[in-house]
Ligand binder design. Structure first.
Ligand code: HSE
Length: 309
């Protein structure tokens, strides 16, 4: 095989109560990467689209190629590649844009080499893409983009990650307002200390969320979708956040919170019809304040990245 085209999905990180430890993949949007073998050892970015000229062509600094370079170096592989990156989602959106690129690149290279390594073993390399893009190698976007489904990062050191099954009727609505939030900034504003009271409340919700997902207990999922620690601080970065959340809950959502570092806002619903109704309500709330937005409705994507050409 000389060339391969791969899709890697957008992801929702944190999922209300699980800052840096919960994330799941969606069906769309996602990034596409084309990787072609070269006759030398170089890794070159030949084309980037959909980024409005914002991303670097420097392979040592772009989230799509940093994981590829780390993977090739660690495994002593001397094959070079031309890499095309087609961004199909906005940057700085809270949809795991850099993670989708990081995953698509290294997944494509492993596939084109005949899949010498397991998909899960590509995770530490993909995390290097996140580090270069956001200044922090958190895995709650990268892991679900790579492994699909709902992922829990039980530990970062050592890395310990597992999937949790999700109920069949669980749908997500994501609304992306047309503003940009830089993940580095959204992490910088967080407090370093958390009160005992909030820690206890948050731990209860983390446990409740996992049990709710595993038991298809939609009411338990709903009760667990409360973030005492991050959302109250970050809401300030998203105009109309509280109005949008209120609109989602009024329209029948199980819960609603910030997607990753924002500004996208996500809601869980039982059934696609409710998820679509929730999307309309959320968009209307943003648009009342003259904030243009895009919406997506999806089930939980259990596949993760896939070869599309
Ligand atoms: N857990 C990360 C955060 C996700 O909220 O900062 C964003 O990439």
């Amino acid at each position: 095989m000389e060339s391969i085209k791969v899709f890697a999905p957008a992801t929702v990180a944190n999922v209300a109560c699980g800052f840096d430890i919960f994330g799941f993949a969606v069906d769309a949007p996602g990034d596409e990467v084309i990787v072609k073998k070269r006759n030398d050892k170089q890794v070159i970015i030949t084309k980037i689209s959909g980024d409005e000229g914002k991303l670097t062509f420097d392979a040592n600094k772009n989230a799509v190629t940093v994981p590829i370079l780390a993977f090739l170096k660690k495994n002593g592989i001397e094959q070079g590649f031309d890499v095309e990156l087609h961004k199909k989602m906005p940057l700085g959106s809270g949809l795991g844009s850099s993670s989708a690129s990081s995953v698509a690149g290294v997944f494509a290279v492993n596939e084109i080499l005949g899949k010498p390594f397991t998909t899960k073993s590509l995770l530490p390399f993909s995390m290097e893409g996140e580090r270069i893009a956001c200044g922090s190698a958190h895995a709650d976007n990268v892991a679900p983009a790579l492994m699909g489904g709902f992922v829990v990062i039980r530990s970062y050191n050592p890395l310990d990650i597992f999937n949790v099954p999700t109920p069949p009727e669980l749908y997500v609505t994501i609304v992306h307002p047309d503003i940009e939030v830089n993940t580095k900034d959204a992490r910088y504003i967080l407090r370093n200390e958390v009160s005992m009271k909030n820690t206890i409340a948050q731990m209860g919700n983390v446990a409740g969320m996992i049990a709710g997902l595993m038991q298809s207990d939609y009411d338990l999922i709903a009760r667990s979708m409360v973030d005492f620690i991050i959302e109250p601080v970050r809401a300030i970065l998203i105009p109309e956040f509280w109005e949008v959340k209120h609109a989602a809950l009024e329209a029948g959502a199980l819960g609603c919170s910030i997607s990753g570092a924002g500004p996208s806002v996500f809601a869980f619903s039982r059934g696609i019809e409710t998820a679509e109704k929730v999307g309309m309500a959320m968009k209307t709330a943003f648009e009342k304040a003259s904030i243009h937005c895009n919406g997506y409705v999806s089930g939980i994507n259990c596949q993760g990245p896939k070869v599309i050409g």
